[in-house]
Ligand binder design. Structure first.
Ligand code: GLU
Length: 473
């Protein structure tokens, strides 16, 4: 019997691609074109850290130019390498296609451990990286638009915009050169929580899908379901918080860099974050027990396991020990292709990354549109809608002879704010994309996992874009 070998992250993406491709009738040459990374920019630049110069390695990969700009986050991590960035950039293409966000995929990586640098040093590195991108024409609102990823956030995005504007003074749409910016610096409300909120909507959609749940012997609904989360960064935190407050989930285990905790009574995510800020660790959280190894969270018996950290966390060596009923891929590539097979054989449902964490890029798209339109969403219609609803309520009051109090009136007669519109657009996107994945599964009975179905949908859209360009017949 041949031994199954653990694929690398990039190989996993390719294997998943190939598996889906066989269910399509996309010509082989076009499949090849879709699969490859169009441009890979590897750079090394010096930055003065203290008294010494350090040579920093960094990457920007544009996977597909079938739609422009290309789009994807920038990762700061000591583990960054070219293959990893290529895998992440490829996933961005399929993710954008699946949720109908009109971008090609890209990703950036800077090989540093952010913990080892001061804020000033991080700023220097970020600005220098941006300068390299500007020099090679690898950034711009119509070219390639970075965003946050593992190890970066709105602060870094503000530095990127400022550096870009230094070079491109007077460019009217400059603010659209990067997304995930602070709200006060041309960002959009709701971008911070977007990936986590999207993860929650995606899990909720599956848990509303009675037909699929029946196949797996799962009960519908989110209320009272248990959840374990690996990673309490931006994605893990918002997923946990929203799942708890809006979905009624019980979070029974959380893992972070420093260790993992467990409580069958449930862990309040907001309080856990406060505890971590105060003590520097999630460990010794009142009411919870410390686990002996942080990876044990992945093996907890629960309804939904949410890996929200890095790729390759569930592998051949631990896949058999996963006891969750659903694995919700909030991170990119947390389950290797080989481990996916093990989980699927065990009857575990995987909600794939390219769908589940697409909320981030979806709201990035809204931010980019806001930047190009130079206007906050809701500004034009908010008061108009409010007055229309108010007139309606008043009319009903007069006609019925009954009245409601001012507080109730204010709730009904309200025009949408930017945050309402962003959340509404995000929810619509996640619901529609889920339906599209389901539609593939209905059409192709041989496809019985959500990842392959999501890939088939995405590949179909990218292929038809190429065909519309007239490059392929
Ligand atoms: N880094 C995020 C992702 O992996 C967001 C990308 C973006 O907003 O462009 O999807």
């Amino acid at each position: 019997m041949s031994k199954i070998i653990e694929p690398t992250f990039y190989e996993s993406v390719q294997l998943n691609f190939d598996r889906a491709a066989q269910f399509t009738n996309i010509p082989a040459g076009l499949l090849k074109q879709i699969k490859v990374c169009n441009s890979v920019y590897y750079m090394q630049f010096p930055v003065k850290i203290g008294k010494d110069y350090q040579v920093i390695e960094a990457f920007r990969v544009q996977h597909s130019h079938h739609r422009l700009p290309t789009k994807g986050g920038i990762r700061f991590s000591q583990k960054v390498n070219q293959e990893e960035v290529m895998a992440l950039a490829s996933l961005m293409t399929y993710k954008c296609a699946l949720v109908d966000v009109p971008f090609g995929g890209a990703k950036g990586g800077v090989k540093i451990s952010p913990r080892e640098y001061t804020v000033e040093q991080l700023q220097k590195i970020t600005r220098r990286y941006t300068t390299e991108l500007v020099r090679k024409n690898f950034i711009g609102p119509g070219i390639d638009v970075p965003a946050p990823d593992y190890g970066t956030g709105s602060r870094e995005m503000a530095w990127i915009l400022d550096t870009y504007q230094t070079f491109k003074g007077g460019e009217i749409d400059a603010a659209g050169c990067v997304t995930g910016k602070p709200v006060a610096q041309n960002g959009i409300r709701g971008r911070d929580e977007a990936t986590g909120r999207g993860v929650f909507y995606g899990i909720r959609e599956l848990l509303n899908d009675k037909a699929v749940l029946k196949k797996y012997n799962l009960k519908p609904g989110t209320e009272g379901k248990t959840m374990a989360i690996q990673g309490l960064g931006n994605v893990g935190y918002h997923t946990g918080k929203i799942s708890q407050t809006e979905g009624g989930f019980k979070i029974i285990s959380v893992a972070e860099y420093e260790g993992a905790i467990y409580s069958d009574k449930g862990i309040d995510i907001e309080e856990l974050v406060r505890h971590r800020k105060k003590t520097g660790s999630i460990l010794n959280f009142p009411g919870a027990e410390n686990m002996d190894q942080r990876k044990k969270t992945l093996e907890v018996a629960c309804d939904v396991l949410v890996p929200a950290a890095l790729e390759n966390q569930i592998r051949l060596d631990n896949a058999k020990k996963v006891k969750a009923k659903i694995v919700a891929e909030a991170a990119n590539g947390p389950v290797t292709a080989a481990a996916s097979d093990v989980l699927l054989k065990k009857g575990i449902v995987i909600i794939p990354d390219m769908y589940l964490n697409a909320g981030g890029v979806t709201v990035s798209y809204f931010e980019w549109l806001k930047n190009l339109s130079h206007m906050r969403f809701g500004r034009m219609e908010k008061r108009f809608d409010q007055n229309t609803y108010l007139n309606l309520v008043n009319l009903i009051e007069r006609q019925s002879g009954r009245s409601i109090n001012d507080k109730e009136k204010a709730i009904i007669a309200r025009g949408a704010d930017e945050i309402d519109l962003v959340r509404s657009g995000l929810e619509e996107t996640m619901v529609t994309a889920y339906q599209q994945i389901r539609e593939v599964m209905m059409r192709k009975p041989k496809v019985n996992d959500l990842r392959t179905a999501a890939f088939i949908n995405a590949l179909g859209k990218v292929a038809s874009d190429y065909m519309n360009m007239g490059i392929f017949p």
